[in-house]
Ligand binder design. Structure first.
Ligand code: ADP
Length: 258
């Protein structure tokens, strides 16, 4: 049978990627990159070989979160070697290319689709069990182009309680259907804060509608993640891989089977 993968540029001989999961959101700032990073961490700690393709071309933040933004992507003129985080997560992002002087190839075709396709076809990923793609936010032309440029096996939708979750999910569902990609589930980020004294959960944005929406579309709600200042700090400093918490353990067990 003919699969979507047949239409794409083939991967180079140095790459074998088993599963490609896109992480999408309705708008910027809801924590798409953070959730992408956390998902990668979960799988890395489970012992899998993990990669992150930062497809958020205009606001790439994966490099900073993993503390690799000053590392250089090496190129032999034809293929690129991704950088590795301290725990061995392979990362490719536009801002890693911007800082490197020896990769003029990328500048000749500064076309979005071409760049993402190159991230797929010209990066020597090696053996990867899980590749997470930090998608550009929204459901407009840019994310659509990325959708079409990569052989996604499934997507995870990141929402926040302030949003019109129903609308975002319905748009993502439509886009995924059009592209023939599975929706793995929804993650609600910034759901609550925990009182440091009494551990009570405070729902600052009121009642969440994520469960309702997940039920309506028969999608799993994979987690309701708190606002956690330790996560922000470690991510800002590039040490997300040092992050541990009870809620993260909980989330890890919920996404065990993705
Ligand atoms: P997006 O990729 O959707 O634009 P980011 O993941 O970059 O969003 O998150 C935006 C900001 O919010 C970052 O500074 C990030 O560290 C912070 N952030 C995201 N999720 C959380 C969370 N659950 N707890 C604390 N800070 C968070």
């Amino acid at each position: 049978t003919c699969s979507k993968k047949d239409f794409l540029a083939p991967m180079n001989a140095h790459s074998r990627v088993k599963k490609v999961i896109g992480v999408v959101s309705g708008k910027g700032g809801v924590g798409k990159s953070s959730v992408t990073s956390l998902l990668a961490l979960v799988k890395q700690r489970e012992g899998y070989k993990v990669a992150i393709l930062d497809g958020d071309i205009t606001g790439p933040s994966i490099g900073r979160i993993f503390g690799v933004e000053n590392k250089q992507v090496l190129s032999n003129g034809k293929e690129f070697t991704p950088v590795e985080s301290s725990q061995g997560i392979k990362i490719m992002s536009t801002n890693l290319l911007l800082e490197s002087n020896d990769t003029p190839v990328i500048w000749r075709g500064p076309v979005l689709a071409g760049m993402i396709k190159q991230f797929w076809s010209d990066v020597m990923w090696g053996d990867v069990d899980y590749m997470f793609v930090d998608m550009p936010p929204g459901t407009g032309d840019v994310p659509l182009t990325v959708f079409q440029s990569l052989p996604l096996d499934g997507i995870i939708i990141v929402t926040s309680p302030q949003e019109l979750v129903g609308m975002i999910v319905s748009k993502a569902v439509n886009m995924a259907k059009k592209m023939d990609v599975d929706i793995i589930g929804i993650v609600e980020n910034m759901s609550y804060v925990k009182c440091p004294d009494c551990d009570k959960k405070i729902y600052m944005f009121g009642k969440s509608h994520s469960q309702e929406v997940a039920d309506r579309y028969q999608l799993p709600l994979l987690g309701q993640l708190p606002i956690d200042s330790e996560l922000t700090q470690l991510s800002d400093q590039g040490y997300v891989e040092n992050y541990h918490s009870d809620w993260f353990d909980d989330f890890s067990s919920k996404v065990k089977d993705i």
